[in-house]
Design a protein around this ligand. Structure first.
Ligand code: DX5
Ligand code: ZN
Length: 218
């Protein structure tokens, strides 16, 4: 639907032309840019860090939505803020002191998010709701683009929606989002959809625009 925020994951972009890809996907209708940071330790893949984010920061004014799949995460929050991230999301499974990490994110002037792996119950956010701007529910096991959507998480979306009540907290979905799966999570209460492979397939700005429109109208 029209109010849904679409956040393309540049994980599926052409890294040799990353700045141009960010510009193209923004012109094609992206609302936010989703940045998947992986460390080869918390997840079995390695992507990029603050210098790369800083290098593409001036290509758009859109929100930089940074998904940190790294452990430990606390020592790096300041560096990602300095690189130009607007939202910083940490995995609950990657930080021993979730409350402290969320405070640290707001202390550096960013919006704070927490991400839950598919098997992690939503109860972990119960006592940090007042420190949260976003809950990111993984619908794949983090590490790679192009994996299949895990339908069991749809129920968790509904539960998180009811837990947050009237608080202004986004519910973001990440992994296997397509025009087929988007309506399931939107109906359950998600308002931010991350998509990598479904948006960057086709490799051109025209294709990105079609792909974003297909998810938006699904
Ligand atoms: C997975 C990443 C996702 C990924 C999504 O670890 O967090 O953002 O890029 O890719 P698709 O949309 O292809 O599942
Ligand atoms: Zn992500």
């Amino acid at each position: 639907n029209g109010k849904t925020i679409i956040a393309p994951s540049v994980l599926s972009a052409d890294f040799s032309r990353l700045g141009d890809e960010v510009e193209a996907v923004c012109r094609a209708g992206a609302d936010w840019i989703h940045l998947d940071v992986m460390d080869g330790h918390f997840v079995p893949n390695i992507t990029f860090g603050p210098p790369v984010i800083k290098a593409i920061r001036d290509r758009t004014k859109k929100v930089f939505d940074c998904h940190l799949m790294i452990a430990p995460v606390a020592p790096y929050i300041g560096a990602f803020a300095c690189a130009g991230c607007d939202i910083i999301t940490v995995h609950v499974e990657a930080t021993t002191h979730l409350d402290r990490s969320l405070q640290a994110i707001r202390d550096v002037g960013c919006k704070a998010g927490v991400s839950l792996n598919p098997s992690t119950p939503e109860s972990v956010i119960e006592y940090v709701l007042d420190r949260l701007d976003l809950v990111l529910l993984m619908t794949v096991n983090p590490g790679f683009g192009g994996q299949a959507f895990i339908p069991a998480v749809v129920d968790k979306v509904r539960r998180v929606k009811s837990m947050i009540g009237r608080r202004p907290i986004h519910i973001e979905i990440d992994g296997g989002v397509t025009q087929e799966t988007a309506p399931l999570v939107s109906a359950a209460g998600a308002d931010v959809l991350v998509a990598g492979s479904a948006i960057f397939k086709g490799g051109s700005e025209e294709a990105y625009a079609e792909n974003i429109a297909a998810i938006r109208t699904a």
